[in-house]
Design a protein. Sequence first.
Length: 174
Amino acid sequence: MSVKSGTQRLLLILVSLSIISLSGCSYKLVPFSPVSSKIAIPIFSNQTFKYGLEQTLTSVVINEFISDGRLQVVGEEEADVILNGEIVRYLKETPSTITTTLEENRIRIEVLVSLVSKKEEKTLKERKIEEVFAYSSSEVGGIQTEDEAVEEACKEIAEKLIEAISWDLGFAPI
């Protein structure tokens, strides 16, 4: 075998392996047994004294579901399932001193959610989701205000909801 044909063969093998590895690197989440494809998310109720928390959380949850794309967010009339939520706890925890110069504040949000089948008129799942988020007013470049911490905690709650609901409804990686 000549050096030229050996080099060509090696190059062909490397190109083939590159194409194979690139084509296998992605996956897509699709329903394998779709119970529903449309979800309604009415405004969450707020049993806390944190004004506006229900609007913030509901808005973030809706936006995260839209970004995720596995379920279409629609009005209750068109929906297969309805995600109901109730904010049952909001706590701004007392600052703790980590070092002599850095004060850490924490917020805790607890939400009860239920996924209701519109067709069957029954609750499919109920869950409690809690998020604790730390922030510091003296941290440069990080989360510095309570409102920023609330927004980030709401995003974390939304991500947990999406993951739980997607698996409950039969969505899985392929």
